[in-house]
Design a protein around this ligand. Structure first.
Ligand code: CUA
Length: 315
């Protein structure tokens, strides 16, 4: 598939790593092949019709040609295609039928980031996170999709179809990852200034590794008690952000309990390193216009550096 650069990679619906995405890709390729076949027939007829030295056909034959070629066959093909697409659909429906349990991941669209909460089947306290979603391979996961402000749209092209996040509603989408890997999910509905800067990382992990990862995420990070914490708390960061194991209990902004181990910061726009963290703390609006986070460029450089270094150690 070297001729088609968008057919592979971390954000391609044509390089499926999940059951739903495989069905979408299959439908797409069948439609491309069938469409290409019909196009060849039509072009062939056109070339034939414009050829020189060909006797004109009678009105009766022309009428039959239009009836079959212009009405009956296209309608039949469209009905077949519709039937095929409907046949594929049950797999795309949520698994929230009565009695079914499993991992549920609640994702809420915010301006312009993703609030994430893992709800376990055993009813224990949800594990909070942001801007990164991890899920086990070979296990169906249900996403509960919400929004607090405007319509956003949740989409991991490599794993399945998209679903809108609508204020006042809870939409459900189930996905089954089949291939471990790191994929990218964009916001697929225009939601404001930084819509194009609203993305997340989706990591499909082997079951055992996923359980282990989730167990460590349900506890405070070992880095939480390091001295950088005091700079974070003293400058009021805890009013908006939560860091488990500290007095920072804010819930306006992203949960930062394990931010140091995420692959990106700012919802998929910068690498999660200290330099990017320093830039984001000082100038969130330059990096993400319209973000609700205030500028902290007035803080002493030393404080910003200490906070960034501490955040990076929250693994
Ligand atoms: Cu959120 Cu577009």
């Amino acid at each position: 598939m070297g001729a088609c650069s968008s057919c592979s990679g971390v954000q391609s619906a044509l390089d499926p790593a999940g059951e739903e995405a495989r069905q979408v890709a299959q439908l797409f390729w069948h439609m491309v092949i069938a469409g290409g076949f019909i196009w060849l027939i039509v072009v062939g007829l056109l070339v034939y019709a414009t050829g020189h030295g060909r006797a004109a056909i009678g009105e009766h034959i022309a009428g039959r040609l239009i009836f079959w070629g212009g009405a009956v066959i296209p309608s039949l093909l469209l009905f077949l295609l519709l039937g095929y697409a409907l046949w594929l659909m049950p797999g795309l429906r949520p698994f929230a039928r009565a009695g079914e349990t499993g991992l549920r991941i609640e994702v809420t669209g915010e301006q312009f980031w993703w609030r994430v909460a893992y709800r376990l089947a055993d009813g224990s306290a949800p594990v909070l996170s942001a801007n990164e979603i991890r899920l086990p391979v070979g296990e169906r996961v249900e996403f509960l999709l919400k929004s607090t402000d405007v319509i956003h749209s949740f989409w991991i092209p490599a794993l399945g179809g998209k679903m809108d996040m609508i204020p006042g509603r809870e939409n459900r989408l189930s996905l089954l990852a089949t291939k471990p890997g790191t994929y990218r999910g964009p916001c697929a509905e225009y939601c404001g200034t930084s819509h194009a800067l609203m993305a997340f990382t989706a990591v499909a992990m082997e079951r055992g590794a996923f359980r282990e990862w989730l167990a460590t995420r349900s506890k405070p990070s070992a880095g939480a008690s390091l001295p950088g914490r005091d700079f974070f708390l003293r400058n009021g960061c805890g009013a908006c952000h939560r860091v488990a194991g500290t007095k920072a209990e804010g819930s306006v902004g992203p949960d930062l309990s394990h931010v140091g181990s995420r692959e990106t910061i700012g919802a998929g726009i910068l690498p999660a390193d200290e330099e990017a963290l320093r830039s984001f703390i000082a100038h969130p609006h330059l990096i993400k216009p319209g973000s609700k986070m205030p500028e902290f460029s007035m803080l002493p450089q030393q404080d910003i550096a200490e906070i960034a270094a501490w955040l990076k150690r929250l693994e």
